[in-house]
Structures are given as C-alpha cells and as structure tokens.
Design a binder for this molecule. Structure first.
Ligand SMILES: Cc1cc2nc3c(=O)[nH]c(=O)nc-3n(C[C@H](O)[C@H](O)[C@H](O)COP(=O)(O)OP(=O)(O)OC[C@H]3O[C@@H](n4cnc5c(N)ncnc54)[C@H](O)[C@@H]3O)c2cc1C
Length: 501
C-alpha cells in the first residue's frame, strides 16, 4: 500500500468540515477535531440560528406590513392602540426551540457526511505542538473534556477555529439580561425593550428581527449611520425603514457599559404573575453612552464584533505568524507562515463569511494535496445582510468606485417602479449595477429587496464570468418579476454606454 497523507483539521466549522470533505475525497487520512460540534459556530450559534430566527421575523414583517394593502382581513383586528399595526404575535420559546432543533440536526447531518466521507471526528480541544519535525510532519495535541489527551501526527494541519463575540469589560454578558448573540436562543419570552449595541451586520440583523417579532428596539451605533461597512444607499434605505417601523436608532453613540439594575421587568416577561412583586433585583439594563447619556431597557444585546480563537493554540511557538489583530496571517492559498500549517475562516480575519471560510478550507486542501487550485479571489464574493429588506452585494462596491480603486459607471433603479414589487406591496429597495465604462463588463452590484440573497446570483455569475451589461440585458426575465429590475438596470447602463460612444 502506498503512503497516505495525514491531515489534521482543528475546528469543525465551514472552514474545517468543507476542507475535511475535500481532503477525504482526495484520498487523505483526515481527522477533524472540534470542541463544540461539527458545523462550528456557523451552525450552532451564528448563521444557522440567526437565519432561522429571522425566518419567523420575515413572515411577520411581510404580513404586518402588507396585509392591509393586499386586502387581507384579520378576524379579530383589535390590537391595542399603541400597537396599531400589529396583528400577529410570537411564542419566542417555541421559535427558539425550533432554532436549536434545526441547528443540532444540521450539525448531526454534517457529522454524518464527514464520517461517511471517511474522516475521523474527534471531540476535544486541539493545539499545535512545537515546530515541524525533521520528516516534515506536525504534531497536534487533543485534549478531551474528560481530561484525557492524544497526540496526532500530521503531514499538514489546518487551523479553522473561528472567532467568538468580543466583550466590553464593563458590559459583560450574564446570559439573562445582557446577552451576546450566542445566548439569545435561551430566552423564553420576547424582550420588551431591547437595546442592541453595535450597528454592523450582526447588530442590524438582530435589531430588525426583534423589532419584527414585537420588541421595542433601540439600536446604539457608534458611527454616523447603521451598517457603516455596506453600500451607503443601501444602509440609508435600511435606516429609514428601521426608523419608520419605530426603532430608536442612536447614531454617533458609543456604549461604554451595561449593567443590571432593579427595574420593572421580570425575567419571566411582562405577563408573569410575578410582575410587580417585591424583592426582585437586576431586572432592567442600563446602558451608559460615552457622552454621559444613560438608556434603559429590559435586555441588552452586545454585538460589537468578534475576536479570533487563537489563544492557547501553540501557534507562535510553532512558527505561525499572527497579525496585530490576533488573526492568523495567510496567503491566497491559505498557507500560514509555518510550513505544513494552513488556516481558514474567521480565524484569518479575511472576510467573516461561512462561504469564504469554506472556500479557504477547500483551497488549502487542494493546494496541499496537489490538486488544481485557484487562489482566493475576494472580488467575486457575494454576501447578504438578512434584514428586511435584505441587502445583497457582490464584487466592487460604491466605496471602490468613489475612491477611484476602479473606474466604473453605476446605475441605480428603485424597486418602486417594478411591476411585481407594486403587486407585492414592496416599497423599499433598489438594484444597482457597476460596469466598466468602455467594455460594459459588470464588476459589481447591490440588490436591496426582500430575498435579495436570491436575486444577487445572476449578478454574481456576471461578475465571476466577466459578462457585459448587454448580455444581462438580453437574457429573458420572467414578467412580472423582481429580477426584471436587474435586466432593466443593465439595459440602462448599456444604453448610456452606447450613447456615450
Ligand atoms: C450572528 C451571526 C450570523 C452570521 N450569519 C452569517 C450568514 O448568514 N452567512 C454567512 O456566510 N456568514 C454568517 N456569519 C459568519 C459565519 O458564522 C462565520 O464566518 C463562520 O462561522 C466562520 O466559519 P469558521 O469555519 O471559520 O469557524 P466557526 O464556524 O466559528 O467554527 C469554528 C469551530 O472551531 C471550534 N474550535 C475553536 N477552538 C478550537 C480548538 N482549539 N480545538 C477544537 N475546536 C476548536 C469552535 O468551537 C467551532 O466549533 C454570521 C456570524 C454571526 C456572528
């Protein structure tokens, strides 16, 4: 029998498990070490749970915001005066039980497919041990929860340990009132007044979702507007929608602390018979802002970014260089500075997306195992903010165009003019395309719409394949459809290009 290449993967999120599948298919002997369960944070606490919660919020918003216009009669249309628009409610305990069930099932499915592919799955905490051996191999020590440990030898190691919520020392989560995004699924009752600290993607998604579910939401943003990293037109639409729906958006407001204080909210929620009883403490949250203001709510969700899981991993002793931020430095084929050690996913700080983590993991394995490999190309990554409306983007951005990083022309078309949007009662959103001035090659796009995550795909294909606006404009779209706006905006860019010639 010939020599079988041994691969050890530390971390079983999308970066790790996708790499395991590829490596096993390519004939390697693969071990995946994970301390929480395959699927990683992506499946157990981040993407999958949040998008499952948002699925409930989405149905509620769609109904709440359009039922009247669409002529739907609700039998008992007598909501309290202060909630004039609210005709549906939510059982958060039930929603969260579904969230956890789906996440666990997904983790089991992944474990089954990784095992079926022939990889060994080990539950435990892994770390690199020492420098590369004389024969080029690496050692990984795995410590199980029961204290036992095992040392594995590998020809290559992939570190895909992800990241965890960043904490502010004076606003540490207690899991009940002050929460991080992994803890919200333990809530049985909807927060009455939720303060969300942080207006990046995670903060905006949760703020929008809880608002839709019925919480009174305050979004604390340290920047001028929500979603500072996204397309400014898209962020403006979302902020406008948030405010219109009653969200209290505090711009240029940095939170410095959050603490539990005695207050009017019981842990069991407003309908609890305990409400009003004496002796309750710590049932309100005070969030202090840098300018001295103090805001209060029943709960606070901290969404102030993530830090990479690189501590106590034996990285620097093994020659793995870290960036100042603590992330692992990698090149475009996922190599670290240490021979035989690769890294993928959030631990590299390149793009905090499950799809990018998976791509980095696969690239690492293709590279090490000698298969054809294309280096990571970040200019074709598509991503989505799962708010209502959703914001999907691909390729070069408005910031790239404005800063002169790329010479491109843009056209933006509001969805308001789209016939299908009118029929569905959709008012907010747009399609924006960027193309090269001379050739008309599509280099990027933004879609702000319900299910923009699905609508972005034709633009993504165009960017990936250097298609022109003319080619997009000429492809048939269904009438009436929201994707008709993508063809229409391409047509406008093409016409302007032709007129300019
Ligand atoms: C709230 C939220 C929502 C998100 N939604 C989306 C989305 O909709 N779409 C999207 O593309 N991205 C989304 N992301 C980002 C996405 O979750 C991450 O980019 C993705 O999880 C990164 O995958 P990963 O493989 O790097 O690590 P992870 O998924 O974080 O997995 C790492 C695994 O390694 C384990 N581990 C850590 N240290 C060790 C160790 N020493 N030994 C063994 N195991 C270890 C961890 O326990 C974990 O199981 C979201 C993020 C958040 C916070």
């Amino acid at each position: 029998m010939g020599y079988v290449t041994r691969i050890v993967i530390i971390g079983g999120g999308p970066g790790g498990y996708e790499a395991a599948l590829v490596a096993a298919q390519l004939g390697a002997e693969v071990t995946v070490v994970d301390c929480d369960g395959l699927g990683g944070a992506s499946v157990l606490t981040d993407c999958v749970p949040s998008k499952t919660l948002i699925a409930t919020a989405e149905v509620m918003t769609t109904f709440d915001s359009s039922y009247e216009e669409l002529g739907i009669i609700v039998a008992d249309d007598t909501p309290p005066l202060e909630q004039a628009a609210r005709v549906v409610g939510v059982d958060l305990g039930k929603v969260n039980r579904r969230v956890k069930r789906l996440a666990l099932a997904q983790s089991h499915d992944i474990t089954a497919s990784v095992t079926r592919a022939g990889a060994r799955v080990m539950r435990g905490r892994g770390r690199l041990k020492g420098q590369q051996s004389i024969d080029g191999s690496r050692r990984v020590v795995v410590e199980a929860a029961d204290g036992t440990s095992e040392t594995l030898t590998a020809d290559a190691v992939l570190i895909a340990t992800g990241a965890q919520p960043r904490e502010i020392p004076d606003a540490l989560p207690d899991g009940e009132r002050i929460l991080n995004w992994t803890q919200v699924y333990d809530l049985d009752e909807l927060p009455e007044e939720l303060i969300v600290v942080g207006s990046g993607v995670t903060g905006a998604e949760f703020a929008g979702a809880y608002q839709a579910l019925g919480s009174k939401v305050t979004l604390v943003s340290s920047r001028d507007r929500v979603l500072p990293g996204e397309d400014p037109d898209a962020a403006a639409v979302l902020e406008d929608v948030f405010r219109r729906r009653g969200m209290n958006v505090l711009a240029r407001s940095r939170a410095v602390s959050a603490k539990r204080v005695p207050g009017p909210f019981t842990t069991e929620g407003p309908s609890s018979p305990k409400a009003g009883e004496e002796g309750r403490v710590g049932d309100e949250v005070e969030v202090a802002l840098a300018d001295g203001r103090v805001i209060t709510g029943s709960h606070c969700l901290m969404a102030v970014g993530a830090i990479p899981n690189t501590v106590d991993m034996g990285l620097e002793e093994s020659g793995v260089k870290l960036k100042e931020s603590g992330h692992i430095w990698t090149d475009k084929v996922s190599r670290t500075s240490a021979p035989g050690v690769y890294a993928a996913g959030d631990v590299t700080g390149i793009f905090a997306l499950a799809s990018v983590a998976a791509m980095q993991g696969r690239i690492a394995m293709y590279h090490f195992l000698g298969d054809a490999v294309a280096p990571l190309n970040l200019k074709t990554v598509s991503s989505n903010v799962f708010t209502d409306p959703e914001i999907a983007t691909v390729g070069y951005s408005q910031a790239d165009v404005d800063s002169g990083r790329i010479d491109a022309r843009a056209v933006k078309l509001p969805l308001l003019r789209n016939p299908r949007a009118k029929m569905l009662g959709i008012r907010d959103g747009f399609v924006k395309l960027f193309c090269r001035p001379g050739t008309g090659i599509v280099v990027g796009g933004v879609v702000v719409a319900p299910r923009a995550s699905e609508l972005i795909h034709p633009i993504s294909i165009a960017v990936d394949n250097n298609l022109t606006v003319e080619q997009i404009a000429n492809a048939f779209t269904v009438y009436p459809s929201l994707s008709g706006s993508i063809a229409e905006v391409a047509r406008q860019l093409h016409t302007r290009k032709t007129n300019a010639e």
